[in-house]
Design a protein around this ligand. Structure first.
Ligand code: 6PG
Length: 251
């Protein structure tokens, strides 16, 4: 794994979610205060569900200013937004639908469109929001990790560093929702903060391999290394089960 990462371990997925909500809300407060807005990309899959619930619960007390928040997605399955596999649907159901008006600015990947068209439309949205710079510089990007070492929809075997001039690309995978649109690795590595949120014993082996610095050529998740920003691996005790030194220090 390139670069340094901080590893934070919590006893349970609920405590991981509490820490994740704390990171989300404090980043939003700091960035809105410093630059007048907060840009965040949410990951998909099942892992973020407790995080979305926790943010929904904690945001009012934290004085979260949703009106200055731009919500993007790290990736999306090429399905309609109300489809059971939609990453937008999960975040909307658990968090966004519960945010009081005026709510955040939503930048949905339009999964209902053909993949190429959806990717291009998302790139136009990204270029508009991050006007004047070549690569979007998200304030915060949440990532998940597949047991095969994928992250976002960057899967082993597909060159994650292809299309260096693209910010979002369509991909074909053997996973649920076989066609997807994903942010590209250069965008992920240009973020100010990246949090890799991983829970469950099923991810312990891949977490241990990547944090031990193995498999860069095999695992796209091992290539996540923000050039200027920070990388935090936020794990529960089960996902950290394969780590030798699990004091939670830096790696
Ligand atoms: C997706 C995600 C994907 C996910 C991992 C982990 O659209 O599925 O972006 O990268 O984060 O596959 O998924 P789980 O959280 O369901 O284990």
């Amino acid at each position: 794994m390139r670069g340094r990462a901080t590893v934070e371990i919590r006893e349970s997925p609920e405590l991981v979610a509490a820490r994740g909500a704390e990171l989300f809300l404090s980043a939003a407060r700091d960035d809105i205060s410093a630059r007048g807005r907060f840009t965040v990309a949410l990951s998909g899959g099942a892992t973020p569900a407790p995080l979305f619930r926790m943010i929904s619960r904690e945001a009012p007390g934290a004085g979260m200013d949703w009106s200055r928040t731009h919500i993007f997605w790290v990736d999306e399955r090429c399905v309609p937004p109300d489809h059971q596999d939609s990453n937008f649907r999960l975040a909307h159901e658990l968090l966004l639908a519960k945010v009081p008006p005026p709510g955040p600015v939503l930048h949905r990947i339009r999964g209902e469109l053909p993949p190429q068209e959806a990717a291009r439309a998302y790139e136009i949205d990204l270029a508009r929001t991050f006007a004047g710079i070549r690569l979007p510089d998200f304030d915060l990007i949440w990532l998940g990790l597949g047991a095969d070492g994928h992250t976002a929809s960057l899967f082993p075997g597909a060159d994650p560093e292809r299309s260096p001039d693209r910010t979002a690309i369509p991909v074909r995978t053997g996973h649920p929702g076989s066609r997807r649109v994903t942010l590209t690795l250069p965008v992920i590595n240009n973020a100010r903060r990246v949090v890799m949120l991983v829970t469950g014993a099923g991810k312990a082996d891949i977490v241990a391999e990547i944090l031990a610095g193995k498999g860069e050529e095999r695992f796209p998740a091992a290539l996540v290394a923000p050039s200027e920003g920070t990388l935090t691996w936020l794990l529960d005790r089960e996902a950290a089960g394969g780590l030798e030194d699990i004091r939670g220090g830096g790696y």
